[in-house]
Design a protein around this ligand. Structure first.
Ligand SMILES: Cc1ncc(COP(=O)(O)O)c(C=O)c1O
Length: 406
């Protein structure tokens, strides 16, 4: 007689067994969750950093023309030649760096992909990556996905709101060691608005040379600068050309966050590794939008001056509105976010305050804790984005006044 086999218990589709340990170790993006909440409650979205005004007409026209001309198939996996040439020309003009577009540029699906592809290309399990905090929230999950161990170094807020966020040199040095593979830099910085000075970058350069580490620098806000701040690429400092991966993209400079076009610039050896990872992650970035990118990167100086001037007006519109509403504000020198101290409102933490704002006041912000390795570090901060029209910013300001008289 054939023994009856006992039915095997199959785990249900919802079972934890199917979820990787890596995926368990981070949450969904808080920023993008706040955007969903903004839709749900009909709130003004000052959470996510996307412009609510049109992209430049000539760039949109270039994209339309590329599609009409049937640039609709895969581009070369590491990027269309015309676009890579435009990236190299722009780096030469703005940073004085000679880049070989044939072997030193990888075009990716946004700087988001450029960052994770770079980390996957350089890290082995247990390698340490130094990250300043508060940090752009992707860097945490990026470190987990690439098996790297993050070493966080605090950017301390200024005591005087008009001052600058700073790192302590001893704390930064202490984070470097024999396992350090790289430091992630983001200048101009999201969320603090800090623009790293030449002296600070020189100090980081010294550490990279001493410990044989790379710098991965996210420069996506390079043209959004205020109050005379100057953007300096660490790749342009002595000895750093070969040990820097410079990441950038079209999203912020050309107001096209939905196009998903970014790039990584690195030495040929590093680029070779990044290109391999990129190929198997996404094959390539959208072909017609890379053609339009070549037009965008060729725009003349006034475009960039007007971009910074327009953001300055927006910054100076939201800052007083936040102050009037009772926030302590930190003045950004670059990028398009205002980090605030919410202590005056007397809420237990940033998450409950941000919930109150989105549900009861009608303005979505990002709780500060999402920018730190330990939530308590951001428990008294929330961030507002000001890449919005005057009308949006003014209405947000009117609504936020109600937060005061709760
Ligand atoms: C510092 C920083 N890096 C990267 C990104 C994402 O860029 P991309 O749209 O090119 O993926 C953002 C978006 O907010 C950002 O703030």
């Amino acid at each position: 007689m054939v023994p009856k086999s006992r039915p095997t218990r199959r785990p249900s589709a919802g079972s934890k067994r199917f979820i990787s340990e890596k995926a368990e170790r981070f949450t969904e993006s808080v920023i993008r969750d706040m955007t969903r909440q903004a839709h749900l409650y009909g709130a003004i979205n000052l959470a996510q950093g996307f412009p609510d005004f049109p992209a430049p007409a000539e760039i949109k026209r270039a994209a339309q023309q590329a599609i009409a001309a049937d640039v609709n198939q895969y581009a070369i996996t590491w990027g269309a030649k015309s676009f890579r040439q435009a990236i190299a020309a722009k780096m030469k003009k703005w940073q004085g760096l000679e880049i070989d577009p044939e072997v030193e540029i990888t075009v990716c699906c946004g700087s988001t992909e450029a960052m994770i592809a770079s980390l996957l290309a350089i890290t082995n399990a247990g390698d340490e990556i130094v990250i300043f905090e508060p940090f752009y929230e992707n860097y945490g999950p990026d470190a987990i996905l690439s098996d790297a161990r993050p070493r966080f170094v605090t950017l301390h807020p200024p005591a005087d709101p008009a001052g600058e966020w700073r790192f302590d040199e001893h704390e930064l040095r202490a984070a470097f060691g024999p396992q350090t593979k790289a430091i992630i830099l983001n200048t101009p910085n999201n969320p603090t608005g800090k623009v790293f000075t030449r002296a600070e970058l020189e100090f980081i350069r010294e550490l990279c040379l001493e410990f044989g580490a790379l710098a991965i620098t996210d420069e996506i806000y390079e043209h959004i600068l205020y109050d005379g701040a100057r953007h300096i690429s660490i790749a342009a400092l002595d000895g750093m050309r070969e040990r820097t991966i410079t990441i950038n993209g079209m999203s912020k400079t050309y107001s096209v966050t939905g196009w998903r076009v970014g790039w990584a610039v690195a030495s040929p050896a590093l680029t070779n590794a990044i290109r391999k990872v990129h190929d198997f992650l996404t094959v390539g970035a959208p072909a017609p939008l890379q053609e339009a990118g070549a037009t965008a990167l060729g725009l003349s100086d006034p475009y960039y001056q007007e971009l910074a001037a327009a953001y300055r007006v927006r910054r100076d519109r939201l800052l007083p509105a936040l102050q009037q509403a009772g926030f302590k504000t930190f003045i950004p020198r670059g990028a398009y976010y205002i980090m605030t101290d919410i202590s005056p409102f007397g809420f237990p933490d940033d998450v409950s305050f941000a919930q109150h704002l989105v549900r009861d006041i009608g303005v979505a912000s990002v709780p500060g804790s999402s920018f730190y390795s330990r939530p308590e570090l951001g428990a008294h901060q929330v961030r507002f984005a000001f890449c919005k029209t005057d009308a949006t910013l003014d209405e947000a300001g009117r609504r936020l006044l109600k937060a005061r008289s709760r």
